[in-house]
Design a protein around this ligand. Structure first.
Ligand code: CO
Length: 211
């Protein structure tokens, strides 16, 4: 059996098991999803949103990219955010990074990863640039990576707060709450590093006043 055939076989077994545990499971989920959370995480295969949070299908709306970035020109991310906030009406948006992130490590090198990856990693380099002094003072490379992982998560949460999508929902609906989390590959534990409540002050430069 090839590796991908095993996936299809496992899928059949899973579907059967779900049905046995909860005969109405697929009927219920096929007509409606009402997730309370939007998860913006890293594409890294070791950080599956539902597994590490013990959530079931239907509970988390997910967007993943390299190093869990919130880039204000990224139509993909913004579409997911818009849909989650305005149509699914999620109560929480979680940006979850992880220690030892390969994307963060790559952005800390001077290697040419060729055009598209260079473009993406540039967003992380800009975060490094913002906290250069603090980061340059950290001598251990792993510690430096992990600190940039934390700072990057905080920065991406602030990028969310800077969007008109979030600001409009805050004004009209007092939601969603924004969370910055970092997952530990070595112990499986998620560490919260930032929480932003609806209406919290942000840099006035990014505030929209005619929402
Ligand atoms: Co990563």
């Amino acid at each position: 059996m090839t590796t991908y055939e095993k996936l299809l076989l496992e899928n059949k077994a899973w579907a059967q098991e779900q049905k046995e545990e909860d005969p109405d499971f697929f009927n219920r989920l096929s007509s409606l999803q009402t997730p309370e959370f939007l998860w913006i995480g890293c594409s890294d295969s070791r950080v599956p949103a539902d597994k590490i949070t013990g959530t079931q299908p239907g509970e988390i709306f997910v967007h993943r990219n390299i190093a869990n970035m919130v880039v204000h020109t990224d139509v993909n991310l913004l579409s997911v955010l818009d849909y989650a906030v305005n149509h699914l009406e999620v109560k929480h948006v979680i940006v979850c990074g992880h220690y030892g992130c390969g994307g963060i490590k790559a952005a800390m090198t001077n290697q040419d990863f060729k055009p598209v990856l260079n473009m993406w990693l540039r967003n992380i380099k800009d975060v490094y640039h913002q906290y250069m002094q603090e980061l340059n003072d950290i001598k251990n490379e792993d510690d430096k990576t992990d600190r940039l992982v934390e700072l990057n998560v905080k920065e991406q949460v602030m990028h969310l707060a800077q969007t008109s999508i979030i600001q409009r929902a805050w004004k009209n609906d007092r939601r969603p709450h924004l969370h910055g989390w970092v997952y530990g590959l070595k112990d499986g534990i998620i560490k919260p590093v930032l929480e932003v409540q609806p209406g919290d002050k942000i840099d006035p430069l990014y505030e929209y006043d005619n929402l």
